[in-house]
Design a binder for this molecule. Structure first.
Ligand code: NDP
Length: 453
C-alpha cells in the first residue's frame, strides 16, 4: 500500500532499500507510519525537522561477540545486541531477549515499538531493546550464569542508570537478571538501578513480575468498558504463551471474573474447558521449567495438542476475548477469521506484534475491539520505570501502591489513545490512537532538542 503523504513514502522507501532483509522491523515501522498520515498532514514542522527519518533510525546499534564456556568445557560463541533507539524523553529502556530467533531485525522492531510504548506510559523513558541468539532451553543453571556474565561483560560498557536500563523479555526472567546484575556490580563497583526486574532482596519492585500480564488485563477491562460496555466477568478467554506475560494475564483474568481456557508453548497447546489450573501451570513452567505435556499429564480435564503447521492452535477454541502472549506474528489472517467466526469481541496483545497486519485489518473490519501491543502490554515497562523511581529514592513501595499506579497508567493509556484517535478523526481506533499519542510527545521533545550540526 502506498502512503498518501509523499514525505512518508520517501522515508519508508529509503528505509526499505537500506534494510530490505529486516522484515519484522519494516512491518513495525509501516504500521506506525500509516497511523501518522493525518499527523504529518497537519504538522509541517515534522518534515522541516526531519522527525520521521530520524525516528526510524536508531541512535546507536551495538553488536558484539559473547564467548562463554559450556559444562563440557567447550567454548561457545553467540551474538549480542543492544539497539539504543531513541532517548528524546528519557534514558533508553527496554528488555533483553534470549532466543535462537533473535537477529537485528527482531531487536530493531522491538526497540522501535518501545519508543512509543514508553512514551504512552507517561513516564520519562526512551526506547531500546537487546538480546542474543543464545538458546536458554536445556542449559544448566551454571551455563545460564556463565552466558549472562559474558553478555554483561560487554553490555556493561554501554548502559547505566541514567543512560540505558535493560530488563527481561523472552528467555530473561528473575534468574537471568540476577546473574547479569551481579556481574554489572562486580565490574563497576556500584549498586545502582541499572537493570529492572531485579529480585526483591536487591532493589526489585513488587508487582514487576506480574505487571505485563496484569496491565494487559487492566487495559482490556477499561477498553471493554469504554467501547463495548462490558467487562471480563463471565467471559471465556483464550490465552497463548505460558511464560511470564501469559501466566499473570491468566491470574488477573480469574481475579476479574473471566475463565482462561487455553495456554501454549513453542511445541504445543492446552485446552482446559474447566479453566487453566494456575497453580499447576506455575509449578510446571516457573518452578520446574517443564513442557506443557507435564501440565496435561497432571490435569485430567486438559487436552494437549502438538503444535502443527497450518493449524489454528489456541485460536481454534471458541472464546469471547483473545490475549496473544507468546511472540511476534503468532496470529495470522486465518486465525483471525476463525476467532471472528467464533464470536470473539476483543483481542488485546500481551506479546509484541503477535498479530499480522492482515489479522489486524480483519479484526477492524469485523468491529472487534483490538488493543495493540505497544499500548496493551506497556504495564511491564511502566512498572520497570516505577522500579527505577524506587531505586533513585532508595525506597520500597508496597504492592498496593505499585498496583494502583499500574492500574492508573493502563486506564490512562486507553483514554489517551481514544482522545488522540478522535482528535484526528479516527474515533474508537485504539491502534491509530496509541501510535499518535505515543509519537506526539517524542516528536515534540525531538524538535525542542534540535539537531546538532
Ligand atoms: P517468556 O520467555 O516468559 O515466555 C514466552 C512464551 O512464549 C513461552 O511460553 C514460550 O514457549 C512461548 N514462545 C516463545 N517463542 C515462541 C515461538 N516462536 N512460538 C511459540 N511459542 C513461543 O517471555 P515473556 O512472557 O516475557 O514474553 C512473551 C511476549 O511478551 C514477548 O513478545 C515479549 O516481547 C512480550 N513482552 C514481555 C514483557 C515482560 O515484561 N516480560 C513486557 C512486554 C512485552 P517456550 O517456553 O516453549 O519457548
Amino acid at each position: 500500500m502506498e502512503f498518501k503523504s509523499s514525505y512518508l513514502q520517501r522515508v519508508y522507501d529509503g528505509l526499505e532499500s537500506r534494510n530490505a532483509e529486516q522484515t519484522e522491523f519494516l512491518q513495525a515501522v509501516r504500521e506506525v507510519l500509516e497511523s501518522l498520515e493525518p499527523v504529518v498532514a497537519a504538522n509541517p514542522d515534522l518534515e522541516k525537522w526531519g522527525i520521521i527519518e530520524r525516528i526510524v533510525e536508531p541512535e546507536r546499534v551495538i553488536l558484539f561477540r559473547v564467548s562463554w564456556v559450556d559444562d563440557q568445557g567447550k567454548v561457545q560463541v553467540n551474538r549480542g545486541y543492544r539497539v539504543q533507539f531513541n532517548s528524546a524523553i528519557g534514558p533508553y529502556k527496554g528488555g533483553l531477549r534470549l532466543h535462537p530467533s533473535v537477529n537485528l531485525s527482531v531487536i530493531k522492531f522491538l526497540g522501535f515499538e518501545q519508543i512509543f510504548k514508553n512514551s504512552l506510559t507517561t513516564l520519562p523513558i526512551g526506547g531500546g531493546k537487546g538480546g542474543s541468539d543464545f538458546d536458554p532451553k536445556g542449559k544448566s543453571d551454571m551455563e545460564i550464569m556463565r552466558f549472562c556474565q559474558a553478555f554483561m561483560t560487554e553490555l556493561e560498557k554501554h548502559i547505566g542508570a541514567d543512560t540505558d536500563v535493560p530488563a527481561g523479555d523472552i528467555g530473561v526472567g528473575g534468574r537471568e537478571i540476577g546473574f547479569m546484575y551481579g556481574q554489572y556490580k562486580r565490574l563497576r563497583n556500584e549498586f545502582t538501578g541499572v537493570l529492572t526486574g531485579k529480585g526483591l532482596t536487591y532493589g526489585g519492585s513488587l508487582v514487576r513480575t506480574e505487571a505485563t500480564g496484569y496491565g494487559l488485563c487492566y487495559y482490556t477491562q477499561e477498553a471493554l468498558k469504554c467501547l463495548k460496555n462490558t467487562d471480563f466477568s463471565g467471559k471465556k478467554v483464550a490465552v497463548s504463551g505460558a511464560g511470564n506475560v501469559a501466566i499473570y494475564a491468566i491470574e488477573k483474568v480469574y481475579q476479574l471474573g473471566g475463565t482462561p481456557v487455553t495456554c501454549s508453548d513453542s511445541t504445543g497447546w492446552i485446552y482446559d474447558p474447566q479453566g487453566i489450573d494456575l497453580e499447576l501451570l506455575k509449578e510446571v513452567k516457573e518452578v520446574k521449567r517443564q513442557r506443557l505435556t507435564e501440565y496435561a499429564a497432571a490435569r485430567p480435564s486438559a487436552e494437549y495438542h502438538e503444535k502443527a503447521a497450518g493449524e489454528h492452535g489456541v485460536w481454534s477454541v471458541k472464546c469471547d476475548i483473545a490475549l496473544p502472549c507468546a511472540t511476534q506474528n503468532e496470529l495470522d489472517a486465518n486465525d483471525a477469521k476463525m476467532l471472528i467466526e467464533n464470536g470473539v469481541i476483543a483481542v488485546c496483545e500481551g506479546a509484541n506484534m503477535p498479530s499480522t497486519p492482515e489479522a489486524v485489518e480483519a479484526f477492524k473490519k469485523a468491529g472487534v475491539l483490538f488493543g495493540p501491543a505497544k499500548a496493551a502490554n506497556a504495564g511491564g515497562v511502566a512498572t520497570s520505570a516505577l522500579e527505577m523511581s524506587q531505586n533513585s529514592e532508595r525506597l520500597h513501595w508496597s504492592f498496593e501502591e505499585v498496583d494502583e499506579k499500574l492500574q492508573d497508567i493502563m486506564k490512562g493509556i486507553v483514554h489517551n489513545s481514544l482522545d488522540a484517535a478522535e482528535k484526528y478523526g479516527m474515533k474508537g481506533d485504539l491502534v491509530a490512537g496509541a501510535n499518535i499519542a505515543g509519537f506526539e510527545k517524542v516528536a515534540e521533545a525531538m524538535i525542542a532538542q534540535g539537531v546538532a550540526y
